[in-house]
Design a protein around this ligand. Sequence first.
Ligand code: ADP
Ligand code: ADP
Length: 226
Amino acid sequence: DPVLSLSNLTYIYPNKKTALDNISFDVFPGEKIAIVGPNGAGKTTLFLHLNYTFKSKGHIKVAGKDISEYKNADRVKEIGIMFADPDNQLFMPTVFDDVAFGPLNLGLSEDETKKRVEEAMAMTGIADLRDRVPHHLSFGQKKKVVLASIVALRPKILVLDEPTANLDPKSKRDVLAIIDKLNKEGITTIVATHDVNLLSELADRVIVLNERIIETGTPREIFSNI
Ligand code: ADP
Ligand code: ADP
């Protein structure tokens, strides 16, 4: 069964701009999906539906249940979303506190939280940043802290909006390796990117979006049509 199922999702901004036009697709457990499309294609708008910021015509099911039926705390255990701008997702005085915030908010014990934070910091390579102020870090470091804060929640689906944009080459390699490792551990990964060079690395299946779904296929199939 799909872990994520979108049916007939349509979103129109208050200024009448249609950002998503009748989007339907299913994502299966462990899949590695890339959503590609030019700037303005609707990728961010789509992701704002996955944390229930936006509500639309159509339906979104997560693990078989309509997203509107989830409490926030239950939804974040299913889907973690990294938005393009890390500054909007970092707000605690230290890196450790930022990564610990989610698990504590779920009501996990201090011990369990600490264990998850250590694990998440180790796998994202930020253990040495634990006492730093998140807002003072480099862009690439901030991205990794946001990733760690999501990993600590152990979601089944990881959604990333332009995860490699504006990164230096080393941070870009690191972030790609983290995504790949999480996918190999069984987490479903959905990445929005406009970098077609990353498709074969980031995806088994590509969804080309531009307001509507233009086509879907393997990276090889999509490339042969470009
Ligand atoms: P992407 O993430 O693929 O760049 P977005 O989801 O940000 O695309 O935007 C989709 C479309 O909706 C674009 O045409 C964009 O200009 C428009 N849009 C985004 N946010 C708003 C908004 N708050 N009000 C009106 N139109 C918007
Ligand atoms: P992204 O490509 O990551 O979506 P954008 O540059 O398209 O980033 O959008 C940045 C911000 O501007 C978003 O908050 C989006 O909602 C808003 N925005 C984009 N297009 C419009 C628009 N036509 N009218 C109003 N707000 C918009």
